[in-house]
Design a protein around this ligand. Structure first.
Ligand SMILES: NC(=O)c1ccc[n+]([C@@H]2O[C@H](COP(=O)([O-])OP(=O)(O)OC[C@H]3O[C@@H](n4cnc5c(N)ncnc54)[C@H](O)[C@@H]3O)[C@@H](O)[C@H]2O)c1
Length: 332
C-alpha cells in the first residue's frame, strides 16, 4: 500500500536513525520530514536520504497550524509518526515554556489537523512517540508496564504526559487511529552531545572531566536506537488502535557503570597518549533537581503481541556507538 507519512522531528537523534531505515525498507512510502531544526536537529545525520526519491524535508514548526494544514493538503498526508519534541530534561528545568509549547501545543496542532482529514478512519494512523519518564520513578524493585499510573516528575516528562493524554483523548473522542509508544533511554549513533552517553564519550576523547550526577547510582534501561526503530515499525503497522506499547531493552545500568564501561572500551580502542586510564576523568557533580532514581520497562506486551525482541545487547550496542563517535572525530 502507498502512504504519504508525515514524520515530525526527523532531524533529531531517533528520527534520523528511523528515516533512513524506513525509507529503505518501504520504497512505496513517501516520507515527509517536518523539522524546525532547533539546536537538536542536524541534517548532516540525514545525508544518506538526500538521494532517496521517497524522502522530502520541510523546515518548519509543528506548532504552526497554517503550515501543518498546508502540508496535510499538499502532500495528502495519510499517516503521522510524531517524534518532534524538546527532549532534554535539564533544559526543561531551566526553561519549561518551550517544552509546553512544542510538546503539548505542537502535538495538539498535529492531532487537530489529523482529525480533520482522518476522523473515524481505520486506515490512517497517528503514532505518538513518548517516554517511560511519564511513569515517574521506581525503587529497586519492579518495572513500568502499560498499566502503571502516570506520575511525571520533571517539566519534560509532564509535557510528554500531557501529549500522551491528548493523543489518547483524540482516539476516544474523535475515533482517530492512534497508538502511543513509551520507550526507555535510547543510545546509538547520531545522538546530541548533551545526553549522557555522548557526553561521556565526547568528554573522554577530548580528555576533559566526565561529569556524573550525584552518586552515579541512578538506573536507566538502555535501548539501542535501531531496536527502537524496529519496534516503531511493528507498532505503526500492527499495533492495536488506541493502545499503548512500552519499549525497553532489558538493559538496566547505573550511570556510573555506563561511564566505566565506555572508559574501558576507549582504553582498548583509543588509548590515551599519557598512558592513563579514561576512568580517571570521571568526576561527581551536584545532582540534577528532582532526579528520578530508576526506570525499567516491562516490554512483555510488545514482545508477546507483536513478537518484538531487542537484537542488540548493551555490550554490542555500546561498541557500535563508540565507534560511530570515534569515526566522526576521525579517530578511527
Ligand atoms: N532519546 C531518548 O532516549 C528518548 C527516550 C524516550 C522518548 N523519547 C522521545 O522520542 C522523540 C525523539 O527524541 P530524540 O532523542 O530524537 O529527540 P531530539 O531532541 O534528538 O530531536 C528532536 C527533534 O525535534 C525537532 N523539533 C523540536 N521542536 C520542534 C518543533 N516545534 N517543530 C518541529 N520540529 C521540532 C528538533 O529540531 C529535533 O530535530 C521525542 O518525542 C522524545 O520525547 C526519546
Amino acid at each position: 500500500m502507498n502512504k504519504n507519512i508525515l514524520v515530525t522531528g526527523g532531524a533529531g537523534f531517533i528520527g534520523s536513525n528511523f528515516i533512513p531505515y524506513f525509507c529503505e525498507k518501504y520504497p512505496n512510502y513517501q516520507i515527509i520530514n517536518l523539522d524546525k531544526l532547533t539546536y537538536a536537529g542536524n541534517l548532516d545525520n540525514l545525508k544518506e536520504c538526500n538521494a532517496m526519491s521517497n524522502y522530502t524535508f520541510i523546515l518548519g514548526d509543528i506548532c504552526d497550524s497554517t503550515l501543518v494544514s498546508k502540508i496535510f493538503e499538499k502532500h495528502a498526508i495519510s499517516d503521522v509518526i510524531h517524534f518532534a519534541a524538546e527532549s532534554h530534561v535539564d533544559n526543561s528545568i531551566e526553561n519549561p515554556r518551550i517544552f509546553i509549547e512544542t510538546n503539548i501545543l505542537g502535538t495538539f496542532t498535529l492531532l487537530e489537523n489529523f482529525k480533520k482529514t482522518h476522523k473515524d478512519s481505520n486506515q490512517n494512523r497517528f503514532h505518538h512517540i513518548s517516554t517511560d519518564e511519564v511513569y515517574g520513578t521506581l525503587g529497586i524493585e519492579g518495572s513500568f508496564s502499560e498499566k502503571t499510573a502516570y506520575a511525571p516528575n520533571s517539566p519534560y516528562s509532564a509535557s510528554k504526559a500531557g501529549s500522551d493524554m491528548l493523543t489518547r483523548a483524540y482516539f476516544h473522542t474523535y475515533g482517530i487511529n492512534a497508538v502511543i509508544s513509551n520507550c526507555s533511554n535510547n543510545y546509538g549513533p547520531k545522538q546530541h552531545a548533551e545526553k549522557l552517553i555522548p557526553t561521556i564519550i565526547c568528554r573522554a576523547i577530548a580528555e576533559e572531566l566526565i561529569p556524573i550526577y550525584g552518586d552515579g547510582k541512578n538506573v536507566r534501561d538502555w535501548l539501542y536506537v535501531i531496536d527502537h526503530c524496529r519496534a516503531i515499525d511493528l507498532i505503526f503497522h500492527n499495533g492495536k488502535i488506541g493502545e499503548t506499547y512500552n519499549i525497553g531493552g532489558r538493559n538496566e545500568r547505573t550511570n556510573l557503570q555506563i561511564a566505566y564501561k565506555i572508559c574501558d572500551i576507549l582504553d582498548r580502542k583509543h588509548p590515551r597518549k599519557s598512558g592513563k586510564r579514561y576512568s580517571e576523568l570521571i568526576t561527581f557533580v551536584k545532582d540534577r533537581l528532582g532526579h528520578d532514581r530508576r526506570y525499567a520497562i516491562d516490554a512483555t506486551k510488545l514482545e508477546t503481541e507483536l513478537e518484538w525482541k531487542a537484537e542488540e545487547n548493551f555490550d554490542t550496542g555500546i561498541i557500535k556507538t563508540i565507534e560511530w563517535y570515534l569515526f566522526k572525530e576521525k579517530l578511527i
